[in-house]
Write a protein that binds this ligand. Structure first.
Ligand code: NAD
Length: 504
């Protein structure tokens, strides 16, 4: 029977990654599904960042002059190639990141969706024409490429986050340099091979338009510090963003920071409780709690708290934990560190008076090297200790509330600000939640959970989540620079604000 390693390597070959690139390197890649080592890939040497940025920088100066709709054609080809590669790349995501086949495929679908979006966008990089106070003048905005855009991505969306950034950055006329998570280099190498095929089909692409750096923090920092990199879109923990954001700020480079969340939902007495239960269960336990938008805090009105928590516990007990490739709903944590962080958060919650349900390790037959856990539900009386932090694992802290305004205040009273939702059929509560006095997060939903965003909206969060926006809406503006142009087509030189300065 084929091992996971065999399947991964065959899939990589099918995707265009040569077998010779999978052995002999210093970076061991293991599957969280069973702990098996799949490959040893070569890390980019420290000097490699500078060399890659130099090539990308050269490519950017040609790419910026290609008309945007033609640039869109490259991204259309990328979408084509991704459609052809969907099954294989989805399978590889499942093996390398431990997602269910449906989630692995969903991640690739998200890549395809953003390509479609970006192709349309390539004809819509609109600037405004602005009324000017001066006669025979015209004022307008033009949007220009930035140059080289760096992309740092996390292990949990190993390829979709790259595509969100890459598709927009490319139609916006930039070259890209990608530093994926050191935990998921294989899906990155495969995605890059897919892009290389699109580039081959697109005859006029400058050489080296997209670069891949394999390795950890050091190579990431080398890219971040390179003055030729105009902007970096960095997705990962708040700890990473704090370092990367400060380094970029030190040289006045642009940052798009997509960092940790500590997402909450409120369940009110008027809610459709069956719907709320399903929404909460998926948001809290899906992807084994390893989405930035995973539901981590739940505020339930005291009048329905006990009955709702009883039903929730039953839902927690009913999910199967096991090999995601065999269809289990809850797959593995990424690694042992992640498991130990989860255990430590649960111990700390218990010390704070929390009642812990679940959270124990599950040994899965045939996958003994994987770190599987039963999702944990923790009843808390207040929002203290680990409740205020993001633990990247399936822990849901549940608290009772008495009045809706207090629930919103509690929801907002954490350092992070990514995603939030309310389950209610009361129009006043729903509207208040999405108003200026409501949720302070970048994402505020009504009657759906905190996770599972579509690409059409701008994605990102406030406060320690970093403030960046990626994906849909006008997020493209983060990948371009805006110039304001004032054009005088008359024979006079009127000055703004009526200022006079007559000479001669
Ligand atoms: P991580 O912060 O450990 O690593 C993320 C990436 O940053 C990796 O590629 C890593 O090598 C790189 N990195 C780390 N330190 C760096 C430095 N000093 N300079 C340059 N690069 C550096 O995160 P992770 O464990 O891979 O992912 C989980 C975290 O990512 C969670 O906090 C999750 O909420 C967050 N996340 C956020 C979003 C979002 O859109 N807001 C999306 C996915 C994941």
């Amino acid at each position: 029977m084929a091992t996971l390693r065999d399947t991964a390597r065959q899939t990589l070959e099918q995707l265009g990654v040569a077998a010779s690139m999978l052995d002999g390197g210093g970076l061991a890649v293991r599957s969280p599904v069973n702990g098996e080592t799949i490959a040893h890939v070569a890390e980019t040497p420290a000097s490699g960042a500078s060399a890659a940025v130099a090539v990308a920088h050269q490519a950017a100066s040609a790419w910026r002059n290609v008309p945007a709709p033609h640039r869109g054609e490259l991204v259309r080809l990328l979408g084509d190639e991704l459609r052809a590669a969907k099954d294989a790349l989805g399978r590889l995501v499942s093996i390398e990141a431990g997602k269910s086949p449906s989630e692995g495929l969903g991640e690739v679908q998200e890549m395809i969706d953003i390509c479609d979006f970006a192709v349309g966008l390539s004809r819509q990089l609109y600037g405004k024409t602005i009324a000017t106070e001066r006669a025979e003048h015209r004022m307008m905005e033009t949007w220009h490429p930035l140059g080289v855009v760096g992309i740092i991505s996390a292990f949990n969306f190993p390829v979709a986050v790259w595509a969100w950034n890459a598709a927009l950055a490319l139609v916006c006329g930039n070259a890209i340099v990608w530093k994926p998570s050191e935990k998921t280099p294989l899906t990155a190498m495969a995605s890059h091979a897919v892009l290389e095929r699109a580039l081959e089909r697109f005859a006029s692409a400058p050489k080296g338009l997209s670069q891949l750096l394999i390795g950890g923090r050091e190579i990431g920092e080398a890219m971040v510090d390179d003055p030729r990199v105009a902007a970096v879109s960095a997705t990962g923990s708040t700890a990473m963003g704090r370092v990367v954001g400060q380094r970029l700020a030190a040289r006045f480079a642009r940052s798009i920071l997509e960092l940790g969340g500590n997402n909450a939902a409120i369940v009110t007495p008027s809610a459709d409780l069956d719907l709320a239960l399903r929404g909460v269960a998926f948001a809290a336990m899906g992807t084994a709690g390893q989405r930035c938008t995973t539901l981590r805090r739940l505020f339930v009105h005291r009048s329905i708290h006990d009955s709702f928590v009883t039903r929730l516990k039953a839902a927690y007990d009913s999910v199967t934990v096991g090999n995601p490739l065999d269809g289990h709903l809850v797959g593995p944590l990424i690694d042992s560190d992640s498991y130990h962080r989860m255990r430590s958060a649960l111990d700390s919650a218990a010390t704070c008076g929390g009642r812990v349900h679940g959270g124990t390790r599950v040994v899965v037959e045939g996958c003994e090297g994987g770190y599987y856990v039963r999702p944990a539900l923790v009843e808390m009386t207040s929002q203290i200790g680990p409740v205020r932090e993001e633990t990247f694992a399936p822990i849901l802290y549940v608290m009772a509330y008495d009045n809706f305004a207090d629930a919103i205040a509690l929801q907002n009273d954490v350092p992070q600000g990514l995603s939030s939702s309310v389950f209610t059929n009361d129009m006043r509560e729903a509207e208040l939640f999405v108003s200026a006095s409501g949720s302070d997060c970048g994402i505020a939903n009504v009657n759906i959970g905190t996770s599972g965003a579509e690409i059409g909206g701008a994605f990102g969060g406030e406060k320690e989540t970093g403030g960046g926006r990626e994906s849909g809406s006008d997020a493209w503006q983060g990948y371009m620079r805006r110039a304001t142009n004032t054009i005088n087509y008359g024979r006079n030189l009127p000055l703004a604000q009526g200022v006079t300065f007559d000479v001669g």
